[in-house]
Design a protein around this ligand. Sequence first.
Ligand code: T3D
Length: 262
Amino acid sequence: MTFETLEFCIENNLAHITLNRPDKLNSFNQTMHLEMRKALSAIKKNKAVRCLLISARGRGFCAGQDLSERQFSETESPDLGATLENYYNPMLRTLRSFPFPVVCAVNGVAAGAGANIALACDIIFAARSASFMQAFCKIGLVPDCGGSWTLTQQLGRARAMGLAMLGDKINAEQAVSLGLIYRCVEDDKLNDEALSTAIKLANGPTLGLGLIKRAINAAPSNSFDQQLDLERDLQRIAGRTDDYREGVSAFTDKRKPEFKGQ
Ligand code: T3D
């Protein structure tokens, strides 16, 4: 599959999407929306995929919506709700519901939708020089792509309000200490670190990892009791996978497990 605004490949159970409009800081124009939809749909259909890695070319990760595509007339404004409904929301729902890990490598500034797409991934690495910015308030908009949810869940109301209303940039180290991302790595190590983690996950116990994702994603809306019940149900499923058998047998034999994702 060849695209204009993305690089896309699936190799050895790992799908890799690279945002590729570096001159515009990988902001989402209409072509990129359509190509992202196609790439995610190809991943959904390919049952061999066991991990997705999202990275970006150039000095930025993604500056959100391409603002040059937003035209106004005297009497009419664009329907931004329609863009969310048709493009961003399906993208975010797909990333959250993939039954395998989604790894993200944030190489530079991640602003607006670009920040919140990154923050919706499961394992987020950022280069030391990367930054995150809820740029929406600077142009009179509201955090989208799940940002108002993610920030509130992960930071609490006070810090969510501050970042959303002031649009301050936070750097990668701050993002780690706030609990927004997993790890900050040196700029020249980012791609290797993210890729080796994605390869490790693509060779991991995929069904179990998918169940971990379900449990952790469900936790914020569950009571402790409901979460105990969910863990019981998910563990029942995990306990019936071949990978669990392999994990226990490798432990007993004192060897490295060979997970098949089954
Ligand atoms: O519209 C809808 O459908 C609703 C959905 C909305 C989702 C959203 O994401 S809304 C938020 C949109 N994004 C922004 O408001 C961020 C705009 N960009 C910036 O504030 C700054 O570019 C950054 C802080 C991200 C980076 O600043 P800096 O100084 O490092 O770079 P720069 O010089 O501003 O940008 C470099 C180039 O990228 C420049 O192009 P040029 O002049 O060299 O030809 C700039 O215009 C372009 N660029 C950056 N962001 C965007 C963009 N072009 C179009 N759209 C952008 N969002």
